[in-house]
Design a binder for this molecule. Sequence first.
Ligand code: F6P
Length: 366
Amino acid sequence: MFDSAAIRRIGVLTGGGDAPGLNAAIRAVALTAQRHYGWEVVGILEGYDGLLSGGPTIPLTEERVRDVLTRGGTILGAVNRGNPFRRSTPGPDGSMIHEDVSAEALVQIDELGLDALVVAGGDGTMAIAHHLVGLGARIVGVPKTIDNDLAYTDVTFGFDTAILTATEGLDRLATTAESHHRVMVMEVMGRNAGWIALMTGVAGGADAILIPEIPFDIDRVAQAIDSQRQNGRRHSLVVVAEGAHPLGGEQEYYIRGGGLMEGRLGGVGYLVGNLLADRLDAEVRVTVLGHLQRGGQPTPRDRWLASRFGNAAVHLVAEGKWGHMVALRGTQMQTVPMSEVVTGAKRVQPDSDMVRMAREMGIVFG
Ligand code: F6P
């Protein structure tokens, strides 16, 4: 049995991109660790990059976290790089050099005097944490991503805020679409998972929802929209996930990637808009919501979930459950080994009752 008396000082790090609710999670870790266990808490700035460079860190005192609950972003800063198992630096001839510097991460945890580390992040962050635990690091995980694609947890914080923003966007597009009798295409985030598109599309009354899990046939989409318009529907709403792609076609990237930067999905909304404009006797307009979905105040539900996750993660530290992530299953806080979380993403099942329900209400998926 692990003796929590061995813990005096813990660190918190946020990996990957930000998500609304991260500050609420950081606050919950800091308050629970200090008030309930009497531990000191420090925040590592700029994710794993910051850890590798040995700081800087900030003390996460009650005073420091007092007012962060309602703020979007992360007070610890976010960096989408810094994989200690594959640090990339430009070589003298401009080509990239990749090195495994994971041993340095362990040294830094030691030098910072951390008895344990709480990392909040998505699949990439959990994969790194899982491998560091394999080398002896004491790490527990908090799931976050607006995409809601992390396996073994029903939901991640950031998702509720993202679908609120996206649904509000679609509602706004609907009124102007109605005035002009237009077809409005709205592209949302979600990488290879269609959760944001699916929930926003249903909540906002979309006529078509295109998600990565169901490659689309644009002729079917156009026919469905056309027949709805023949039947009296005067405007049309199409929600497209950034990772959606045509049958037999490729995903669209607006930044190709290479070097230090991985490619960034985006642009499929314009592709769909162009293809529909060629096929329909209607005006088509395209909106890409992009990072609006990641910004702004977290919803109360995301603050609540993030607080539960942060609190539960501190208890995991007290139990010495290294290599585990907190998760929500139903209404219960549970824990799951990171080794399982990293085996695959949680994606929309094309034959699920959720997709069936949408289809039965006349929404076309292509
Ligand atoms: O994973 C979250 C996410 O917002 C994705 O939906 C999106 O593809 C990606 O991050 C964007 O990353 P960045 O902020 O680095 O452009």
